[in-house]
Ligand binder design. Structure first.
Ligand code: BMA
Length: 369
């Protein structure tokens, strides 16, 4: 009898593990990284959405580098649950990333986010390895950095710098590595980056992605969760055109901004979001992946009810692990509110939605356990 009971309890305890059985593409990923992914799967399964903000702790509208400050925190009394950061210029050994954050500070911000129980995600606006121009310099480059290409060695040395940084992200007395969502070569369906549409073929892009991930793993990076994030797309086929494969991607992402150029742009954006996430949800179901809205925003959030009436309307019907808005970089280039900003009250309302998670509620989720 007792044995039977113990057995039933054991099976019940294992059930969630079976339901959320999709493992990371990196089979050698650290325990913490695996647990984070499992917990993200659970949250998405429960239709919970975490909120992210790029460079949140580093600067905001009218301030820079003030310990503990964050525009989101000043508005809500709590931090985001996802923190976006960028590695651009690490490849050229700059002491600061492309938007001016010291890499030494970046490491501390990531530690801080981790201690909060929140998540950090890294993008990489890396320079053009052929011309030496920025990520937006579309001089043909991808074919020249693949194996056999004239800048292959140089590119590999750049990936090694990312690996070194990733491996330096440690926390606690045991110095355990901090899990990170890595989101390289994003928005490739657009034409603006050197890895974007028209600047390389689908096969070259896939080869670039695989080569990068393989190299990171070979250098011992075992704390990355990989996110693929196309910009706008027309169909399921289009979303998957450049997809490097189920063995190379953990999160199906999407980047899409709300722009107020046309009179009907708001209706258009909501509809577009809803259509796109419907397509991504189908793909996620088939490929057993989770979804994230990896970059979005309305520059200067000029619509008072943007959070509840635009963003939320576009995503509420889907299981999206997190939504991240872009950086608060300049007075005319910011995506999260600050106190008394036009959309601050609505942002507060959005933050209180039972399905929405900022730092306080996420702490209880114990994402790394
Ligand atoms: C863009 C803008 C730029 C910034 C870049 C990389 O969207 O915010 O000012 O340098 O992202 O973060």
């Amino acid at each position: 009898m007792v044995i039977k009971k113990v057995l039933i309890l054991y099976v019940l305890a294992l059930l969630p593990t079976w339901i959320f059985s999709q493992t990371l593409v990196d089979k050698n990923a650290t325990k913490r990284t695996q647990r984070l992914y499992k917990n993200m799967q659970k949250m998405a399964h429960d239709s919970s959405v975490m909120f992210g903000h790029q460079d949140d702790l580093a600067y905001g509208v009218g301030w820079r580098n003030i310990n503990g400050k964050s525009d989101v925190h000043s508005t809500l009394g709590e931090y985001p649950s996802v923190f976006g950061w960028d590695l651009g210029h690490i490849e050229v050994d700059s002491t600061r990333e492309l938007d001016g954050i010291l890499f030494t500070d970046l490491r501390e911000y990531i530690k801080k986010a981790y201690k909060m129980g929140a998540i950090s995600t890294l993008s990489w606006h890396l320079n053009n390895p052929v011309s030496g121009g920025s990520a937006w310099d579309t001089t043909m480059a991808v074919k020249h950095i693949l194996k056999g290409g004239k800048e292959h060695e140089k590119f590999i040395s750049w990936v090694d710098k990312v690996a070194k940084f990733a491996l330096s992200l440690k926390s606690g007395i045991w110095g355990k590595k901090i899990p990170i969502i890595f989101r390289p070569f994003h928005e490739h369906t657009g034409k603006w980056f050197w890895w974007g549409d028209g600047n390389c073929t689908a096969d070259e892009y896939k080869a670039l992605w695989r080569m990068t991930v393989d190299r990171l793993r070979a250098r011992g990076v075992d704390n990355f969760i990989y996110a693929y994030s196309p910009d706008n797309f027309k169909s399921k086929e289009h979303y998957l055109d450049f997809y490097p494969g189920d063995d190379y991607v953990d999160i199906l992402g999407h980047d899409l901004y709300h722009r107020l150029q046309q009179p009907d742009s708001t209706e258009f954006f909501i509809k577009k979001l809803s259509n796109n996430f419907k397509i991504i949800s189908e793909i996620a179901e088939e490929h057993k992946k989770i979804i994230a809205f990896t970059e979005t925003g309305l520059e200067t959030v000029s619509m008072p009810n943007w959070w509840t009436e635009v963003l939320w309307q576009g995503i509420k019907d889907y299981k999206i692990a997190y939504v991240l808005v872009w950086r608060n970089g300049r007075p005319n280039h910011y995506y999260a509110p600050y106190p008394n900003q036009t959309s601050a009250a609505d942002f507060q309302k959005f933050s209180q939605h039972e399905r929405v998670y900022f730092s306080k509620k996420v702490k209880d989720k114990k994402l790394y356990r």
